[in-house]
Design a binder for this molecule. Structure first.
Ligand code: GLA
Length: 390
């Protein structure tokens, strides 16, 4: 970490002339272990923050200008803007994320009294489904809090990040990603009830096993995916169900109630979408129970069932993620494997016994390359803390 800190500081100096008064920050990426496409359905999620994420070097300016530089998009050079140039939906490059957060603070009555210089470096693969954009949002919030003295909690940073994503970047995401990042805690997953934001940290002591991320290298952004379409399918299904049962969200339904009332949903496709939301929420509750009871096998089986539901009922996997999960299931020593994040590309998450990690990477990697014609990347990850000043 200190090596990266030195690298980003020296790049800041090169780009902005000197690094006097510049501060270095970090915000993690996240991986969701189970509870997918439940966060906008009033259900539960079980994500954790990672030790990889986004580094930011920032310094206030004496004028109202904004100067951005990303080491991940060096060909763009310094992107110039100002506090007068916030246009929701209008930015065409990565600066839409930090600008969206600045705009969101302003909307909440916290106005920046001067511009800033901001340099970013992310070691989360972009567009991989590990929330590189939410990481940038929470990072920007933590920077504004420190530099401008805004009084906000980490939970506020999550909500402001989501608000900026919804209202400035026009992606109708739920709260999971920003919450997992802003509230991250080393070696713990966050069991979050998205209907009321009550949460609990669950220690992830994987004795003799590792969390492995397999990146499909099929790039995606939420904006160009069918994400918003799935949300509206669930909303329509909910309003149909509300004609026969008093519920506020799909997350309130048990499996038995869903079976009893599902005929109220007219369209069979919409019925499948709602079924996923209901069953996935119940699977998440069961998975956390299994983990607390030390039953990792059961946790893994629920992860596998989650993937099948996302593949068959929610239809957000695609050949890349299906190949990663299905090949993983064949490898001895794999406890569980599923797609993670929004889907349509991005990554899978697997829990793999220590002694099987090497053979897992080799056999899934080979099968993927053979089928897709290009390689997947593998990362053995660790669970880390939330945003901080370094
Ligand atoms: C994306 C969204 C989250 C969540 C997941 C699916 O990561 O940003 O809010 O809906 O997809 O579980």
């Amino acid at each position: 970490m200190s090596e990266i800190k030195a690298t980003v500081l020296s790049k800041f100096q090169e780009v902005f002339g000197d690094a006097e008064g510049a501060k270095v920050f970090f915000a993690p990426g996240r991986v969701n272990l189970i509870g997918e496409h439940t966060d906008y359905n009033g259900g539960h999620v079980f994500p954790c923050a990672l030790t990889i994420g986004t580094y930011g070097v920032a310094r206030k300016r004496g004028d109202r200008n904004l100067r951005f530089y990303s080491m991940n998009f060096e060909d763009l050079g310094v992107v110039e803007s100002s506090l007068e140039e916030f246009v929701p939906g209008g930015d065409k490059n990565w600066t839409a994320y930090p600008k969206g957060v600045m705009w969101a603070f302003e909307q909440k009555g916290m106005k920046m009294d001067s511009g800033l210089e901001l340099l970013l470096f992310g070691n989360i693969p972009n567009g991989s489904g590990l929330s590189s954009s939410a990481s940038v949002e929470v990072l920007t919030g933590a920077i504004l809090r420190e530099l401008y003295g805004f009084e906000v909690t980490n939970q506020d940073l999550a909500l402001i990040g989501q608000f900026s994503e919804n209202q400035y970047n026009l992606v109708n995401c739920g709260i999971m990603d920003q919450f997992a990042i802003a509230m991250g805690k080393k070696d713990c997953a966050i069991f979050l009830d998205t209907s009321n934001l009550q949460y609990e940290y669950a220690p992830i002591a994987l004795k003799g096993a590792k969390i492995v991320i397999s990146c499909s290298n099929k790039k995606r952004g939420l904006g160009d995916s069918k994400y918003n379409e799935r949300r509206s399918e669930c909303e329509t299904a909910l309003s149909e169900l509300q004609k026969v049962i008093a519920i506020k969200s799909l997350g309130e339904l048990s499996e038995a109630d869903f079976e009893k009332y599902q005929d109220a949903i007219a369209d069979p496709i919409r019925r499948k979408r709602a079924k996923h939301a209901v069953y996935e929420n119940q699977r998440t509750l069961k998975a956390v129970e299994a983990l607390k009871a030390g039953n990792l096998e059961e946790f893994g089986a629920l992860m596998n069932a989650s993937h099948v539901s996302l593949r068959d009922d929610y239809e957000v996997t695609g050949i890349e993620l299906d190949t990663l999960a299905e090949e993983a299931w064949k490898v001895p020593g794999v406890i569980g494997s599923r797609m993670t994040g929004a889907g349509f590309g991005g990554c899978s998450v697997s829990i793999v016994k220590d002694e099987a990690v090497e053979s897992f990477i080799q056999s899934v990697g080979e099968a993927y390359l053979k089928k897709m014609g290009y390689a997947a990347d593998f990362y053995v990850v660790e669970i880390g803390d939330g945003p901080r000043l370094l």
